[in-house]
Write a protein that binds this ligand. Structure first.
Ligand code: AVJ
Ligand code: FE
Length: 433
């Protein structure tokens, strides 16, 4: 195990750094330093922050080595400076940031060669390394979102996603009963995914695919943005102050959106993306439905009715392959509904993993028996009613940071992330026959 695990970790670290390089070498130094949106850090901050987290956890904690740069911890502590203030900090310049992450990585690789993997819980199964891989991948997705907000000529390219080869229509009935939510066995699962626990749900319906652009356009055409009935008081206040009329990046013509600097025709059967939680909830109410709870999403994604077990992924326990899901920035957009029949769940729910993060109705809380690990600031400080949970990952999420138990969260007004949704509803007695 140990040698194999070391090889896996090394390959994951390298693969992840290659993605970081794609994202940070695609633009010039001026663009790396610039703030493309007050919601985002300058790309050069993300780059050095990734290195700083790797230094804190792998070099200093796991490796017990001296700091590479003790003086910069404060600059790259996400809790010390909000994103909007980061451009004004005396940050490492692009050349310094690149040299810093290289230096940290060399030490981390050296530590990987020698550290015992079976000692402290922090290193058991290579957890600290897995956490750092996931952290860098999460910032890569954040940097991809920054690229989407950046003005100017396109710099990223990727092949178009695959076409639909199935037609997931309507909704799927998930039978009543208990299932296992969360995990005790996934070695690189983060603290908020633990512990595994039983959750008993009444029968419900969930959409066979995420809500598409075509369906969302019907909501717009029906005046959904102008009818306070669908929004609730909080949602309507936001809808009004923010002047929402369509998903972010849709152009005024109503026929195109701008993606990574390119104006493209809206693809009707692609999942809608760049909607906030309030928009998702308003659509669901207009459609006579609701957002799924987090437990409903996870049961649809993991429950195997044949065995009663929870799977790692909708298609089984094997890691994602390109035929299963649109992950990892292989494409620069969601794929049409029906593009991944091989990734469907046993009950026939499609595209739960990849394409778009799916808003759920649930606030972000710890599971019963939650224990912060290895630090409170990863999850626990965000628990409470301010954040809504998103599930399933997007086309910009790497497989290393995505699984059936993975939880993401954000404020209900946010839509710079690759966020979409699907709807659900309670099953009525007459639905159950
Ligand atoms: C889990 C995506 C909400 O970006 O704030 C990155 C991940 N945590 N660095 C975030 C994270 C620390 C986190 N999200
Ligand atoms: Fe971070």
């Amino acid at each position: 195990m140990t040698r194999d695990l070391r090889l896996t970790v090394a390959a994951e670290l390298e693969r992840t750094r290659a993605r970081t390089e794609v994202l940070t070498e695609a633009v010039d130094d001026a663009d790396l330093i610039r703030q493309h949106s007050p919601l985002m850090s300058p790309l050069v901050w993300d780059l050095a922050h990734v290195g700083n987290q790797e230094e804190l956890w792998l070099v200093r904690d796991v490796g017990g080595r001296d700091p590479v740069r003790r003086d910069i911890d404060e600059l790259y502590d996400a809790f010390k400076h909000p994103r909007r203030d980061r451009p004004a900090l005396p940050l490492l310049n692009p050349a310094e940031a690149r040299a810093y992450v290289r230096q940290v990585r060399d030490k981390a690789m050296d530590i990987l060669d020698t550290v015992r993997m079976d000692g402290r819980p922090l290193v058991a199964d290579g957890f600290a390394f897995g956490m750092i891989v996931q952290h860098e991948q999460q910032h890569d997705e954040t940097m991809l979102a920054t690229h989407q907000l950046r003005a100017g000529a396109p710099v990223l390219t990727a092949p178009a996603p695959p076409p639909a080869t199935a037609a997931p229509r309507g909704e799927v009935l998930i039978p009543a009963g208990p299932f296992t939510m969360g995990t005790d066995v996934e070695p690189w699962a983060l603290d908020n995914e633990r512990p595994a626990h039983r959750v008993d749900l009444p029968a419900y319906f969930i959409d066979a695919a995420p809500v598409t652009n075509a369906a969302y356009a019907e909501f717009i055409a029906a005046g959904g943005y102008d009818d306070p009935r669908w929004w609730g008081e909080d949602g309507w206040a936001h809808r009004t102050t923010a002047g929402l009329t369509a998903p972010a990046h849709w152009n005024r013509d109503g026929e195109t959106y701008t993606r990574f600097g390119r104006v493209e025709r809206i693809v009707p059967d692609e999942p809608v993306v760049h909607v906030c939680w309030y928009e998702a909830r308003a659509y669901a109410r207009w459609a006579g439905r609701r957002l799924p709870t987090e437990a409903e999403w996870e049961k649809a994604a993991r429950f195997d009715p044949a065995t009663g077990r929870s799977r790692r992924f909708p298609w089984g326990d094997d890691p994602p392959e390109s035929r299963h899901a649109n992950l990892g920035q292989r494409h620069l957009s969601p794929a049409p509904a029906g593009a991944y029949p091989d990734g469907a769940s046993p009950l026939g729910v499609h595209q739960l993993i990849g394409d778009v993060w799916e808003w759920t109705d649930s606030d972000f809380h710890g599971y019963p028996g939650f224990r912060a690990f290895p630090y409170r600031e990863y999850s626990e400080v965000f628990f409470g009613p301010d954040y809504k949970v998103l599930r399933g990952g997007s086309f910009g999420t790497d497989a290393a940071a995505c699984r059936g138990t993975f939880r993401n969260w954000d404020y209900p007004i946010r839509r710079q992330i690759f966020s979409g949704f699907r709807c659900a509803r309670d099953a009525r007695p007459e639905d159950l026959g």
